[in-house]
Design a protein around this ligand. Structure first.
Ligand code: CUA
Length: 363
């Protein structure tokens, strides 16, 4: 498969050069050894002369390997230097790793996402961090040969520039606890126009005010106005499933997690508005944390989704419940959606040198 960017090409080149040299040496040494074993085996009446030392021979076998490993070092160092120097035109994506999910924040556009989406032919600087109370992870995109530790309370980085559109795996490559192996995400590389469209849709999701009908809608798959297509099952898998598995399994937090299929396990009312409050504030004194990076729409979507596991008829939200929620979180003050940005405008927002924080306050 042809390489998809500069860094993978450089990494593969270094790997082949160093690996190839090692194979050559291995074959050469093995062949010489076998030849000598056969040639000088016991039984042939022949006495060899006793050699005490040989200055030039010793200099040769010291200097040549030293040159080879020094050359190997520089082959690797070149690639390392390339990876550390971020080109100045980079767009920034901030990535947070936590037990056990990745989330992606686009500072120029003020949006969050559960998958990484970037435009093709655009340098992307990925800033990596984990909450201070979390553990160390490692952000890894195998196809792009980039990997960097994600350290709680610190910011590390890597960069790449995709030359082909497509979908690529994102892994955690540092053992970080029970569900380390489920800490997967994906990266979509889109054509620039498609990226601008994605950006506009995500902004629409974040800044479009909630409507009562969406909250009261009992269907967990469709809710809200057209254009707001929240991927409910992927939200659930990213944020909920590691503790709250579908059948009460997959609990990362024994004794804490609730089984959504059992009415007795619902400590609070399964109304969408009440689940919204839990998602917005967490449950103090438990492991249930808040999800400030989920947009109001995503909270409603998640609430509908976990509620649908409950097979009995769950109580429906009333107009009063909705009004109370809107009042509590100031949801009527959410900024109106921005019009779909023209691509140049979208890119300018993202590439802006000093990534100004999004003008609209995160709800
Ligand atoms: Cu995070 Cu392994």
């Amino acid at each position: 498969m042809p390489a998809i960017a500069l860094i993978p090409r450089e990494v593969d080149r270094a790997f082949l050069l160093i690996g190839g040299t090692c194979v050559l040496l291995l074959v050469g040494i093995t062949v010489a050894m076998v030849v000598f074993v056969i040639r000088y085996r016991r039984g042939k009446a022949r006495t060899t002369s006793q050699v005490e030392g040989h200055l030039w021979l010793e200099i040769t076998w010291t200097v040549i390997p030293t040159l080879i490993v020094t050359w190997m070092f520089f082959v690797g160092y070149e690639g390392f230097g390339l990876m550390r120097r971020v080109p100045p035109d980079a767009m920034v994506v901030q990535v947070t790793g936590r037990q056990w999910s990745w989330s992606f924040h686009y500072p120029g556009a003020g949006i969050d996402s559960t998958e990484m989406v970037v435009p093709v032919d655009q340098t992307v600087k990925v800033e990596l961090t984990a909450p201070p109370t979390d553990v160390t992870h490692s952000f890894y995109i195998p196809d792009f040969r980039v990997k960097e530790d994600v350290v709680p309370g610190r910011t590390t980085y890597l960069w790449f520039k995709a030359e082909r559109t497509g979908t690529y795996d994102v892994f955690c490559s540092e053992f970080c606890g029970k569900d380390h192996s489920k800490m997967l995400s994906r990266m979509r590389v889109l054509a620039r126009e498609d990226f601008a469209r994605w950006l506009a849709t995500e902004q629409g999701k974040r800044y479009q005010p909630l409507v009562f009908e969406a909250i009261a809608n009992p269907n967990h798959e469709t809710f809200g106005p057209a254009g707001i297509n929240v991927d409910t099952s992927s939200l659930y898998l990213t944020y909920c499933a590691s503790c709250h598995g579908v059948n009460g399994d997959g609990s990362g937090l024994p004794g804490e997690a609730r089984d959504f299929t059992t009415p007795a396990d619902w400590k609070r009312s399964p109304k969408v508005t009440d689940i919204y409050r839990i998602l917005a504030d967490g449950v103090p004194g438990t492991q249930m944390r808040s999800f400030p990076n989920l947009s109001p729409w995503e909270k409603v979507a998640s609430a509908h989704y976990v509620r649908h596991f409950l097979k009995t008829d769950a109580p429906t939200d009333t107009r009063e419940d909705y009004d109370a929620l809107v009042k509590q979180y100031g949801l009527d003050k959410i900024q109106p959606p921005k019009p779909a940005l023209p691509i140049d405008e979208a890119m300018r927002l993202l590439v802006e040198k000093k990534q100004a924080p999004a003008s609209a306050a995160a709800p």
